[in-house]
Design a protein around this ligand. Sequence first.
Ligand code: PMP
Length: 384
Amino acid sequence: MNPIFANLPVTVFEAMSQLARDNDAINLGQGFPDHPGPEDIRQAAADAVLNGYNQYPSMMGLPELRQSIATHYQHWHGLSLDPMSEVMVTSGGTEALTAAILAVVEPGDEVVCFQPVYDSYLPIIRQAGGIPRLVSLKPPHWRLTEEDLRSVFNHKTKAVLFNNPLNPAAVVYPREDLELLAKFCQEFDTIAICDEVWEHVVFEGFKHIPLMSIPGMRDRTIKIGSAGKIFSLTGWKIGFVCAAPPLLRVCAKVHQFLTFTTAPNLQTAVAYGLGKPDEFFEEMTTDLARSRDRLAAGLERIGFPVIKSQGTYFLTVDLSPLGLNETDEAFCKRIVHDYKVAAIPVSAFYEEEKVTSVVRFCFAKKDSTLDTALERLSDAVHRR
Ligand code: PMP
């Protein structure tokens, strides 16, 4: 069997969720909310299933959804996208990423990635024959530096894969870092595949800036989005690819043989949802910020050094000042077993130069779930 996939471990999310089930633990590992999601958007999907169209839709996505994506990004980020030649709907951000990587990367091409790296990127880059060039970002700021970029970019750099806001580090990159990355992309004629699935989960004081909007990046960026994240309906798996026509055309050629198309009834509901007023999106982030603050305050009371979360469903804690003398992975295994709370060790997102002291918790949960988890963890940093 193909060693690229045969030798892959089970993903850390599945492994920790299994440990959570085995130990009857509260799962603050995998990132999904434990509420049902916006009712009107679910109703729109139900109506579309019963009264709408349930046959193969257009390969590129329903025209009304592509229009609604273009309008949404114009409104929120001032991006001007032609819905017919620059927007495509996929079955989730994961499919969009795979289509983009396979469309761009040829054998021998180098692809710059930043660790902590989302787990789908590297196997697909390798399957395309690409060679990942990894930068190791460091807590607590996880910022890009000129020196790091200079050490990996060169004339063989075909693409850079950049995740912003960054899961699991919960950073929203400022314009300065995006401009630095853009400078390297232009110097080395590199295509940026920008995973922006968390673009709407950005907290007060921070602002999501699409890499595509940075001068010089409009026609060399493939922007990836996910309705699952925008509407906290993670099982829906509706993704978007936005790119200039010469790039999108090739992504579409890959998409036609990955999934070809995506459930039309869910597409109808997403088209409706993207048109909702600004207050809807603002309320969603306000609610999530409240949950973030609840978990952060509780963890700090217990004694965890919490790194402030700027976006995503996650916050991280850095164990190093606690002197626990164990890695993030050992810590996560211990707390799921002894305290019945599952979290994710951030070292699982590294292949080289690992950071082994940071743990990720998901706060997109009901207050009662967070409170019970905190009660259970109350002596987790002391009793050893
Ligand atoms: N990229 C990142 C950084 C993610 O966190 C996720 C979801 N966990 C995805 C891509 C995948 O998105 P989707 O569920 O739409 O496939």
